[in-house]
Ligand binder design. Structure first.
Ligand code: AMP
Length: 542
């Protein structure tokens, strides 16, 4: 017997419609790449999204067609999220930090028909256009006055002119909720990037779960600033979850340095912000060197790479800000876990609480997780055994766009490529990427644990640990360090500092001080490059 409830499809357009109807005057504030600040409301954003949908129809964009963006977090990008997906086309967010050859590959692989770009990327687009012959038109995200004038971009249009010349008389179509809505390519440290194709259903369900109090904790009383770019897994779904909850939305444009973020967080009374650890590192430095406090921020969601424990502690103890450590990946829309305490943890001593909040957190409802050994046998959730982390759920990938790479699933589970522990309370802790784990004498050493320990030293700005070949042990850890400006520490002091805190055999065999460390286009340490750079490195104990 079937239930007798309405079977309304979960549509992305319903989110902006809801925000317009019930939070119509809530503000959306943007720092514009062409300069200045733009303010309007959900009602305005909904109207302009409908105008854009009409403009796309006039450009003959069909349902299912891919429309690309190379854009920062602004109100215009938000309108594209809703206008493109809402009318049934696929919003393809492209990471402008990738190499131009990778971007051209992605545009051609996705078969994007139009590309909407911020004028800060005009030079990039000039170089791209000749390599993307199937793109029918390039739309600059600006008004006529700021259009690039080089003449090197074919079929160039100004976004504001395009939108303004169309009516807002548009009814969002209703269709199968499993229809593709947006596309995001993984950054791909090896091989070509692969496309992850989200659906209306997966996006709306992810928004529901991610807005919950133990996840992003969003409400109509919040002012939310996504410091994570909208080209990085849909800014962790925030453009959707803020509309669902009616929160004020503050979009930082291209300026993500510590000083600009501080200024915007204060000016717009931001209560919740989210981003990768490097963003918060530069904000912390700005706060510390200028002796500043944040007066309204209550929660920072930190994820994308392991949030260093020292950073979590400093935000809490010196600034009264709760850090919510979260884990996810493009293939998981992206949120998989978030870290908050349970009731029984509240009375624990500080040191015990510390151990819990360093973990990546508990699965959001909907996400299932297990860890397995090399033979695929499920390992116990005892917080000690670590193995390959597998996930499944309604917002997890089932196959890559165009079937690239074949069937990625193992018995219906997606292998994340992460190595993790799961404890009896459901907290997951990443110990490594499976390809970064250091295999020493048949045992595994967690590079993340050692990095976390190294950055707790006051003179260390950033640390990376890689495995280097060793004649006896197979691999041994090598620690690479960037020192904080004006601070000093020696190799011996560093090893001494760490020696009391980890098992002796986990202690790095050497420490190398470097000026910079390579990162991927999404801000993660590029360990493949480091391993190449240090291949054949002679360890002192080898
Ligand atoms: P991406 O698909 O580019 O978002 O990358 C996903 C990968 O980032 C995950 O598989 C993890 O290896 C890493 N990652 C994301 N969040 C965290 C976190 N909180 N701690 C450690 N690693 C993380």
């Amino acid at each position: 017997m079937l239930g007798q409830m309405m079977n309304l499809p979960l549509m992305i357009s319903s989110l902006i419609q809801h925000a317009d109807s019930f939070h119509g005057d809530a503000e959306i504030v943007s720092r514009l790449p062409e300069g200045g600040t733009h303010r309007y409301t959900y009602k305005d954003a909904h109207r302009r999204s409908r105008q854009l949908a009409n403009a796309l129809l006039a450009l003959d964009v069909k349902q299912g067609e891919r429309v690309g963006t190379l854009a920062w977090n602004t109100h215009r990008h938000l309108e594209i999220y809703y206008g493109v997906s809402g009318m049934g086309a696929v919003c393809h967010t492209i990471n402008p930090r990738l190499f131009p050859e990778q971007i051209a590959y992605i545009v051609n692989h996705a078969d994007d028909s139009y590309i909407f770009f911020d004028i800060t990327f005009a030079a990039l687009v000039e170089g791209l256009a000749p390599h993307c012959p199937r793109v029918k038109g390039w739309v600059a995200l600006c008004g006529h006055a700021h259009l690039p004038t080089s003449g090197k971009i074919p079929n160039l249009m100004a976004y504001d002119d395009l939108v303004n010349s169309h009516s807002d008389d548009y009814q969002w179509p209703q269709f199968d909720e499993n229809t593709a809505s947006s596309l995001c390519y993984t950054s791909g440290t090896t091989g070509n990037p692969k496309g992850v194709l989200f659906s209306h259903r997966s996006t709306v369900l992810h928004a529901y779960a991610s807005a919950l109090p133990d996840a992003l904790k969003l409400s109509a009383r919040d002012s939310v600033l996504p410091a994570v770019p909208m080209f990085h897994v849909n800014a962790w779904g925030l453009p959707y979850s803020v509309a669902m909850t009616g929160a004020k939305f503050v979009l930082p444009g291209a300026q993500l340095d510590g000083a600009s973020l501080f200024e915007l967080l204060e000016a717009e009374k931001v209560t919740i912000s989210a981003g990768v650890p490097t963003i918060w590192l530069s904000l912390l430095q700005h706060l510390q060197s200028n002796k500043l406090k944040l007066s309204t921020v209550k929660t920072l969601v930190i994820g994308g790479s392991a949030a260093p424990p020292a950073m979590i502690r400093t935000f809490d103890e010196c600034y009264g800000i709760t850090v919510n450590h979260a884990w996810g990946m493009t293939e998981l829309s992206p949120l998989g876990t978030a870290n908050t305490f349970k009731l029984k943890h509240l009375a624990l001593p500080a040191a015990e609480k510390d151990k819990i909040r360093m973990k990546q957190g508990r699965p959001l409802y909907g996400v299932q997780m297990k860890i397995v050994d090399g033979q695929g046998k499920t390992l116990p959730n005892d917080g000690k055994a670590f193995g390959d982390l597998l996930v499944r759920g309604p917002w997890a990938l089932s196959s890559y766009y165009k079937g690239e790479g074949g069937n990625p699933l193992i018995d219906g589970w997606f292998p994340t490529g992460d190595v993790a522990t799961l404890d009896p309370d459901g907290y997951m802790q990443i110990t490594d990427r499976s390809k970064d784990v250091i295999k020493s004498g048949g045992e595994w050493i967690s590079s993340i644990d050692i990095e976390n320990l190294a950055v707790a030293h006051p003179a260390v700005m950033e640390a990376a640990v890689i495995g280097v070949a060793h004649p006896k042990w197979d691999e041994r850890p090598l620690l690479l360090i960037i020192k904080k400006p004006g601070m000093d520490v020696t190799r011996e002091e560093m090893l001494e500092f760490m020696s009391e805190k980890i098992a002796k055999w986990w202690l790095p065999d050497d420490v190398v001080f470097v000026d910079s460390l390579p990162h991927t286009a999404t801000g993660k340490l590029l360990k493949t490059r480091l391993r190449e750079d240090f291949r054949g490195y002679k360890l002192p104990t080898a």
